[in-house]
Design a protein around this ligand. Structure first.
Ligand code: 1HN
Length: 349
């Protein structure tokens, strides 16, 4: 990989490439520069979706189809550089889901893992593997792969949340399985908040053996995560790129909460102006509190609460905020770390 360009095409070489093509062969030297690049190259581009627009379109969609008929009433946030792929980054999916008062999103399961980041909900719930959890603004909720899950809304207002799934990863591996439960709701076999009691009190049941790689905690409530950041700010140990950035952890082994998707919550204080940072994990950010600007290479993204924006792999970013601001984010970092592929760089160049 030392020369700058691919070998020149001569009439003889071109004739050869055309001759071997029907025999399902291709000359590596004619394509090598395109597939083994010196740095990440992606069709994924920086982009932002304003929550107001997404929300308005979801209300419009609610006039067209019920949650039950749709199975999931979701608008996919498709990266404009990846049109027709249902991807927000090369490896991840993002959508925003709406459940109207009294509606249910029927029980099903699939081998794709999902996260929910709750955008609006006073009385929305999800059931995962026989246990119900309430969903409130800012909660990070996990649906591990192959667990039955259904959602409902017992309140008088529509509820909205962001769905992040590893759909492109499962697609890449040709490992997709899915089935419906056959009824709207799965049977509830455990008390609400059984999981936080068992696994979320800095204790574990004696003899507990993990059954799946995902965290046994499937709701990380915003009030607890936010309180941790608020307490930590007193030490003023700000990271020069991220402010205070915490990752959601699996209490069983301290690893990421999900095997395929890494999730974080970060606080940046009023007036924060971050240093440049880039990493190989293309990242989806969700505004939670406050407003700010993120420069992604030459694109400046202005964001506020519930807006969603995407940063492609190896694109340097800098965050700036005028008021205290909180961002939730997710990426494929756990996969890259397991494979020894993750890289990050702080500062210029
Ligand atoms: C799914 O099961 C949900 O359970 C949301 O809410 C979005 C996108 C593709 C495939 C399955 C959900 C989904 C999904």
């Amino acid at each position: 990989m030392t020369s700058q360009s691919a070998p020149t095409e001569t009439p003889e070489r071109r004739a050869f490439y055309e001759a071997i093509e029907p025999e399902s062969m291709r000359a590596l030297w004619s394509v090598m520069k395109g597939i083994i690049t010196p740095e990440p190259k992606s069709d994924c581009i920086p982009f932002k979706w304003s929550y107001d627009s997404v929300r308005a379109r979801l209300i419009e969609a609610a006039g067209l189809i019920t949650a039950k008929e749709a199975e999931r009433r979701v608008l996919i946030l498709e990266n404009p550089g990846l049109k027709g792929t249902s991807k927000v980054t090369t490896s991840l999916y993002c959508g925003v889901q709406c459940v109207m008062p009294g509606e249910v999103a029927p029980a099903h399961r699939h081998t794709q893992s999902a996260l929910r980041f709750v955008l609006e909900s006073h009385g929305g719930f999800t059931a995962v593997g026989g246990e119900k959890t309430e969903m409130r603004f800012g909660d990070f909720v996990i649906t591990p792969n192959w667990e039955w899950h259904d959602h409902g809304n017992d309140s008088a207002e529509p509820i909205f949340w962001l769905d992040g799934l590893d759909i492109p990863v499962v697609q890449f591996l040709d490992a997709s399985f899915a089935e419906g439960y056959g009824e709207d709701s799965q049977p509830i076999t455990r008390p609400t908040n059984d999981s936080p009691a068992r696994y979320g009190a800095n204790m574990l049941p004696l003899g507990y053996e993990r059954a799946v790689p995902s965290s046994p905690i499937f709701n990380y409530p915003y009030d607890r995560s936010r309180a941790a950041l608020e307490q930590m700010r007193r030490s003023e140990e700000w990271d020069r790129c991220h402010g205070l950035k915490m990752r959601y952890a699996n209490p069983v082994d301290g690893g990421w909460a999900m095997p395929t998707i890494g999730t974080c919550l970060q606080l940046m204080p009023k007036g924060f102006s971050g240093s440049p940072y880039k990493s190989t994990d293309a990242t989806v950010y969700v505004g939670v509190e406050g407003r700010g600007r993120t420069r992604v290479r030459d694109t400046v993204i202005d964001w506020g609460p519930r807006d969603v924006f995407v940063v492609p792999s190896w694109h340097a970013i800098t965050h700036e905020v005028d008021e205290d601001a909180v961002l939730f984010s997710y990426s494929d970092r756990p996969i890259q770390e397991k494979l020894g592929l993750f890289r990050e760089h702080r500062g210029n160049a």
